[in-house]
Design a protein around this ligand. Structure first.
Ligand SMILES: Nc1nc2c(ncn2[C@@H]2O[C@H](COP(=O)(O)OP(=O)(O)OP(=O)(O)O)[C@@H](O)[C@H]2O)c(=O)[nH]1
Ligand SMILES: [Mg+2]
Length: 202
């Protein structure tokens, strides 16, 4: 699959502002700083398309990117970069606002086909990660797990890290598959793209 086109469309602060053209979409969610924007840029091979920063909490809005995969037949869809959760230096009010916006989006977006949930391969899933996953599970929101920053572990240490993450998630998360991914080396990029195409064509 080739990325024929990838462009930033718009940022939304609420569900009502999201595009209404009915294109299918795939959202990316995960704790602040886990590598959501980087994954998007790597996947779409566009540096700087989504803003990456060493300062957590950079992505505060629901950002829509319109993607066309080619060549034949073209696959057109949205990738959605959601704001990260769990950033300590955010006020309780801001946290609640995040929850409301994202929850509303995840529950009431009929064109949402799948949510890619990112976890850092080096760390155990946080209580917030676990909460989000069980919450999505209870609403039957389709999701798929990706372990980011895989370049930070040697190939030999990856399987144990993935196993540990899997064990810490409740069995209902059906987390049988966790895809290791690195936006630094491109590991997992092809596999993730393939998975996305599969989901879109299901
Ligand atoms: N080594 C390594 N660093 C990464 C990788 N992906 C992201 N990073 C770094 O992690 C930091 C956060 O990356 P972002 O892509 O901005 O993370 P985010 O999840 O979008 O963060 P928020 O928008 O704040 O929620 C940056 O310093 C990135 O350079 C990766 O695959 N490997
Ligand atoms: Mg971001």
């Amino acid at each position: 699959m080739r990325i024929d086109k990838a462009e930033f469309l718009k940022s939304c602060t609420a569900l009502e502002q999201c595009p209404k053209d009915g294109l299918p979409e795939i959202a990316i969610v995960g704790r602040s700083n886990v590598g959501k924007s980087s994954l998007l840029n790597c996947l779409l091979q566009r540096k700087g398309l989504a803003k990456v920063s060493g300062t957590p909490g950079k992505t505060r809005l629901i950002n829509f990117f319109k993607v066309t995969l080619g060549p034949n037949p073209p696959v057109v869809f949205y990738m959605v970069d959601l704001p990260g959760y769990g950033y300590a230096k955010v006020s309780i009010a801001q946290r609640a606002a995040w929850g409301a916006v994202v929850e509303n989006y995840l529950l009431h977006r009929p064109t949402l086909r799948c949510v890619i949930v990112l976890l850092d391969i080096r760390h155990d899933p946080s209580p917030l990660d676990q909460q989000l996953l069980s919450w999505m599970d209870s609403y039957k929101i389709p999701s798929f797990l990706v372990a980011t920053k895989s370049d930070q572990l040697t190939k030999g240490r990856q399987p144990a890290a993935l196993r540990e993450i899997r064990q810490l998630l409740s069995p209902s998360n059906t987390a049988s598959e966790i895809l290791p991914f690195s936006s630094k080396t491109g590991e997992g990029r092809e596999a993730l793209l393939k998975k996305i195409v599969q989901i879109l064509q299901d």
